[in-house]
Design a protein around this ligand. Structure first.
Ligand code: HEM
Length: 493
């Protein structure tokens, strides 16, 4: 029989009855077991993620199926059939940790590849684009998705006010309001690295790259009404669906593809390839298959592996690089900062975040240092005692920048302001007729909740964006909102 013990290992006998003076008397302060139980319980919660607080995760494997070693020297891609362990966390974005899985929202798709050259995190969404294109706008945007400071409720007026004042949001708004905004759990959706990253090969030749994970289960979405119903039937639908599939050995899989653009091509395009509100045409930049990601092991303990997992776009490995994408640059700074706050300075020692191969550096001490802390090895560099040295083969290629003039360049200046062509194509060529109908219905329902003195102004401003995307789309939404527009008298935008 195992003994019941305190956290410091002391066996004790009573876990249920406090020590009291007589059977009906007051509790004694010396019952330290009682204190320990209550105090630890009071500290069980850690801050939830500022965004993407509700999520599900699983371990798995990435297997290379096509040789791309001419494009990158990243070791995880260096051999056909090579397997790399991964951890993937899916999430919704705006809701709190206890919110429903079927809320209309983008879904997070964050993968940690445990490579021999360190952990590579690809922290993306189920959408190839995003609402904003400058990191300075992220906190304002997220405030509109969270609770109203006065009512403490979600507020569609502030959401649509923000969308209507920021035309660059329209592409992602179209995606969000379609049925892809309510995927059927996490298995039936694609994942995207979304940003433009770069890769370089052994000759240090750099190319730009986008990552696409295509669901091998296919795409399946809830309709708005089904998603709404599921919220009350099973708010944890996506969590349950993922755990059950893996428990039943029905391992979900995604095919990883890349799109590749040369540096020369990037300079000649008629749009900014580093703008996160735009996609790259797959006709011009066809998908190249790279490998298959399979999820095949549920974490034994949710808190340990899922809640404490920490992903950051700053974690890239040799052979993979950043790009001038402003949003990516902002995220490089933001995530480790958030994680030092959320999990503490030594969060990379937590097993799910730790590199299973090797870490050697001169970081020491800090709260919750649970490894050997470098033992008695030197804690400074250079030194005359250890044999750790910088390896020149890991030097990244030099980068040539397009300008040497610093300023606050307007993100939507001429040449950066075609917000409507790609959403128009999405509406007309990607969505089926039924999907177009759901999109229109979902937008009408969502915009009907805009209220207050600025209602008309916000609706008019947002309608202008829909008209610019597609006249038919704008007309259908206007009709649904009971706004009458005469055919010969164009809507003034
Ligand atoms: C400048 C823009 C952005 C900022 C400042 C930002 C910031 C953050 C922060 C602070 C977290 C919580 C991190 C943590 O506590 O571990 C987070 C989570 C996340 N973000 Fe962003 N974000 C931005 C844009 C994006 C974009 C464009 C994507 C997708 C393409 C994205 C995908 C995610 C995902 C998937 C998570 C959850 C990761 C996990 O599962 O732990 N974010 N973001």
């Amino acid at each position: 029989m195992k003994k019941l013990r305190t956290a410091s290992g002391i066996p004790y006998y009573n876990h249920e009855d406090s020590q009291t003076v007589g059977p009906r008397g007051p509790v004694l302060i010396q019952d330290f077991i009682l204190h320990e139980k209550m105090a630890h319980f009071n500290r069980e919660r850690i801050p939830e993620r500022m965004v993407h607080a509700k999520g599900s995760g699983a371990f798995g494997t990435f297997t290379v199926t096509q040789d791309i070693s001419h494009l990158t020297k990243a070791k995880l891609f260096d051999k056909l059939g090579k397997e790399t362990k991964v951890f993937l966390r899916f999430s919704t974005v705006g809701g709190e940790k206890g919110s429903a899985d079927t809320e209309r929202d983008p879904r997070g798709f964050a993968v940690k590849f445990y490579t021999e050259d360190g952990n590579w995190d690809l922290v993306g969404n189920n959408t190839p684009i995003f609402f904003v294109k400058d990191p300075k706008k992220f906190s304002d945007f997220i405030h509109t998705q969270k609770r109203d400071p006065y009512t403490n409720c979600k507020n569609p007026t502030m959401t649509w006010d923000f969308f209507s004042l920021n035309p660059e949001t329209i592409h992602q708004v179209m995606f969000l309001m379609s049925d892809r905004g309510t995927p059927y759990g996490y298995r039936f959706m694609h994942g995207f690295g979304s940003h433009t990253y770069s890769m370089y090969n052994n000759g240090n030749k750099r190319i730009f790259v986008k990552f696409h994970f295509k669901s091998m289960q296919g795409i399946k979405n809830f309709s708005a009404i089904e998603a709404q119903n599921m919220k009350s039937q099973d708010p944890d639908f996506a969590q349950r669906d993922l755990v059950s599939a893996i428990d039943n050995l029905d391992f979900p899989k995604w095919k990883l593809n890349i799109q590749v653009m040369t540096e020369e091509q990037s300079a000649l395009l008629d749009f900014n390839p580093f703008d996160l509100t735009k996609t790259w045409s797959q006709k011009q930049f066809p998908l190249i298959e790279v490998g298959i990601l399979e999820l095949n092991r549920n974490p034994k303990n949710y808190f340990v592996d899922v809640e404490q997992s920490a992903f950051s776009p700053s974690r890239i490995v040799d052979g993979i690089g950043f790009s001038p994408d402003r949003m990516l640059q902002g995220r490089i700074l933001s995530y480790p900062d958030a994680q030092r706050y959320r999990l503490g300075t030594n969060y990379e020692l937590i097993p799910v975040n730790a590199c299973p191969f090797m870490t050697q550096n001169y970081q020491r001490d800090g709260a919750m240092r649970t490894d050997s802390n470098g033992e008695d090895c030197p804690n400074y560099y250079p030194n005359s005692f250890d044999d750790i040295s910088e390896d020149i083969s890991y030097k990244r290629p030099v980068e040539e920048l397009a300008s040497n003039i610093a300023d606050h360049y307007w993100r939507n200046a001429d040449g950066e302001n075609d917000h409507y062509t790609q959403p128009g194509l999405f509406y007309r060529t990607v969505l089926s007729e039924n999907e177009q109908k759901s999109l229109i219905e979902n937008i009408i329902n969502a915009m009907s909740s805009i209220d207050g003195p600025k209602r008309k102004e916000i609706i008019t401003r947002q309608l202008c964006h829909f008209f610019r995307v597609d006249m038919g789309l704008g007309m259908a939404i206007a009709k649904g909102l009971n706004i009458h527009i005469h055919e010969n008298q164009p809507f003034i935008c």
